[in-house]
Structure formats: structure tokens, C-alpha cells
Write a protein of this length. Structure first.
Length: 108
């Protein structure tokens, strides 16, 4: 018995596999009759969390800007704590945005 390599198997299956006829009408008609995809509960929860983190980020930006206008001290520990909290909130926002966009992409 002779052993075949990958190229021979590809050639064999390429010759003996029936090819479907192109039929654009069938595809368009079937796609038009499919129900619209709905957002799952996971996507909705992700959107709500994303909106909450965005609101928190914006509130922290405003608070940080006000503190710097009142007390422009870059060596004060309060300024660095606020800057750190703002950074963490923005990173959380970026992570949640990534999760939300992935869930939308997976749903489509």
C-alpha cells in the first residue's frame, strides 16, 4: 500500500468534492428572511457597565481639573492619589470598551 503526502490528498479531494453552484438569489433571499440578531443580556450588561465607568471617569477628570486649578501642587500626595485613581478608572474604561466591542463583534 502506498502512503500519500498532503499534496496528493488535497488533489484527490479537490477532484472528488462536488462544487456548489453559485446562486446569489438564494443567498440574498435566505438572508432577508433570517431574524435580526438581538443583543444578548451579556452585551446589555457590558454596555451599562461601560456607561457607568465613563461617567465615573468624567467625574474624576472634572474633580482632578478643579483640584489642580485650586491647588496647583505637583508634589502634594493628594494630587498624585487623584491622578492614580483617574488613571485606573481610564484603564478600566478601556478594558470594558474592549469587552463591549468584542461582544458586539461576536454577536454579528
Amino acid at each position: 500500500m502506498k502512503e500519500w503526502n498532503d499534496d496528493q490528498w488535497r488533489e484527490f479531494f479537490g477532484r472528488h468534492t462536488p462544487q456548489p453552484r453559485p446562486n446569489k438569489w438564494f443567498t440574498r433571499r435566505v438572508m432577508n428572511r433570517l431574524p435580526r440578531k438581538r443583543w444578548s443580556m451579556e452585551v446589555k450588561v457590558s454596555l451599562v457597565i461601560l456607561a457607568l465607568i465613563l461617567v465615573i471617569c468624567m467625574a474624576l477628570c472634572v474633580a482632578f481639573a478643579r483640584e489642580l486649578m485650586v491647588n496647583p501642587c505637583w508634589t502634594c500626595p493628594g494630587t498624585w492619589v487623584m491622578y492614580g485613581v483617574l488613571t485606573v478608572a481610564c484603564l478600566l474604561f478601556a478594558g470594558q470598551l474592549n469587552s463591549f466591542l468584542r461582544s458586539i463583534y461576536d454577536a454579528s
